[in-house]
Design a protein around this ligand. Structure first.
Ligand code: AMP
Ligand code: TRP
Length: 331
């Protein structure tokens, strides 16, 4: 494939419900910058099984998430969209990378520490090795940039180290990728507890996250219950995490400057702030939800896009894997 623009690769897991943090930290940026890059986006279902999943639900959620990404504005004319497990080179390359990654590097990964602490009885080797699969996803496509939320920065640093190590030991093969992390939206916090990032694994808590498929009245209700503080001043002050998070969400949708937003809310109370934030979120998500409801019933269309995406991704993936495998001396 002829590559004229820098290449972007990113992935999202088909677990839980895609939420406002995923959208503002990752997917919205993928959509907004589609014209500037050659884009490859992947629903990373093989990552999802590093934590035990119900097979039927995982299967369904994989397709639901593909439909949701299209609803969010991923344009198949401009971007390749495919499902990770349909291209076996991801797991094959992950094995090669596993063989050159020190255990010490993997045990420093904060996501591994967090996830294994949350579920100490169910820690499998796949969870430990997960960053190598992520490195394989990125390196397989010789990606220049990886747009993600703040929580993935450490994994991308590992992918960079791995690419450099491979290139040094076996000859120039991989592009050393760079993370693309936008300031606003990079870390959206839980509405119930703004000291913790909004996450799919806490979505059982009713007021923790906003799902992209939440109905308007549900969104309004959740923002009303959002945790703030007792100071009563509306300002971008990181020390007051609840109010900061609400303002940050507001800014992601309105694109206004912090000064303009603070001026707009000057003298108003938290009730008004929550109402206005809910309003911009409801309006911002409305077209996504409506489009999702249509797409979810267009199974043939969805499968056609995924098949085309797979074909396009496979062409690059097989070539890179062959190159890496041969350089390591595998027959
Ligand atoms: P995941 O749901 O773990 O597959 O994450 C998909 C993308 O969403 C990744 O780029 C994450 O960095 C990003 N992301 C997840 N949670 C948040 C959050 N609370 N704030 C910002 N970005 C997030
Ligand atoms: N690990 C990422 C997450 O949990 C998802 C992911 C898998 C990814 N492979 C990737 C993101 C490659 C960017 C590039 O959010």
């Amino acid at each position: 494939m002829q590559q004229s623009k820098p290449r972007v690769f990113s992935g999202i897991q088909p677990t839980g419900n895609i939420h406002l943090g995923n959208y503002l930290g990752a997917v919205k940026n993928w959509v907004d910058s589609q014209d500037s890059y050659e884009n490859i986006f992947c629903v990373v279902n093989s990552h999802a099984i590093t934590i035990p999943q119900d097979p039927k639900i995982l299967h369904q959620k994989t397709y639901d998430l593909c439909a949701m990404l299209l609803a969010c504005g991923i344009n198949p004319q401009k971007s390749t969209l495919f499902i990770q497990s349909t291209i076996q080179e991801h797991t094959s390359l992950a094995w090669l990378l596993t063989c050159i990654t020190p255990m010490g590097d993997l045990s420093r990964m904060t996501q591994f520490k967090d996830k294994s602490q949350k579920n100490p009885k169910n820690i499998f080797a796949g969870l430990f090795n997960y960053p190598n699969l992520m490195s394989a996803d990125i390196l397989l496509y010789k990606s220049n940039f990886v747009p993600v939320g703040e929580d993935q920065k450490q994994h991308i640093e590992l992918a960079r180290d791995t690419a450099m190590r491979f290139n040094r030991d076996f000859g120039e093969t991989f592009v050393v990728p760079e993370p693309l992390i936008l300031k606003e939206g990079a870390r959206i916090m839980g509405l119930d507890d703004p000291s913790k990032k909004m996450s799919k694994s806490s979505s059982d808590k009713p007021n923790h996250s906003i799902a992209l498929i939440d109905a308007p009245e549900v969104i309004v209700k959740k923002f009303k219950k959002a945790t703030t503080d007792s100071e009563g001043i509306i300002a971008f002050d990181k020390k007051r995490a609840g109010v900061y998070n609400l303002l940050n969400i507001y800014q992601c949708f309105t694109k206004e400057s912090q000064e303009a937003i603070e001026a707009e809310f000057f003298g108003l109370g938290y009730g008004k702030l929550k109402e206005r934030v809910a309003e911009v979120v409801v309006e911002g998500l409305r077209p996504i939800r409506e489009s999702y409801e249509k797409l979810i019933n267009q199974k043939d269309y969805l499968h056609k896009i995924l098949e085309e995406g797979e074909k396009c991704a496979r062409e690059i993936a097989t070539a890179t894997y062959k190159e890496a495998k041969e350089k390591m001396g595998l027959v």
